[in-house]
Design a protein around this ligand. Structure first.
Ligand code: ZN
Length: 151
């Protein structure tokens, strides 16, 4: 993984001329798991955990591997991948704050669902209705995390 190469590529798509400022222009738009072969902006190949980033100032989009996003851009994509994998294996498990925040920002879930989830997330015992609602939100979020290629 080359930070230099990634920084060069990100800078080209950013408004600010320095890496320290330019990196702050980027937000996480979508995460995706893929079996297709893709190359990260840093040159790393292949990447299977993709993060689609969007520039907050000019709306440009870039696809970067999870490892680079975690290491260099400081966005919580790794925590989101971990939560998604955990819930995909066992849908009774909980997503985490980072994932719920992303889901809410993207409009996958509404205000009520976000508040509800953050409230019940750490509870060990839920009523039937609460646990049904939680499962429904888990489903909603998982549907948005595309898994492409292979299978
Ligand atoms: Zn990379």
């Amino acid at each position: 993984m080359s930070k230099y190469q990634l920084a060069q590529a990100i800078l080209k798509l950013s408004e600010n001329p320095t890496w320290e400022l330019a990196r702050q222009e980027w937000q996480l738009l979508q995460i995706e798991e893929t079996d297709d072969v893709q190359t990260c902006l840093c040159g790393h190949f292949p990447i299977k955990e993709l993060c689609v980033l969007q520039n907050k100032l000019n709306r440009k989009v870039a696809t970067v591997g999870n490892c680079c996003v975690k290491k260099f851009l400081g966005l919580p994509s790794n925590k989101i991948f971990t939560a998604v994998k955990r819930v995909r294996k066992d849908n009774q498990k909980s997503l985490n704050t980072e994932t719920i925040k992303l889901a809410h920002e993207r409009g996958w879930i509404n205000n009520w669902e976000k508040d509800f989830y953050l409230d019940v997330m750490r509870k060990r015992i839920l009523t039937d209705r609460q646990s049904a609602k939680k499962l429904q939100i888990n489903e909603k979020v998982l549907q948005r995390v595309r898994k492409t290629g292979g299978e």
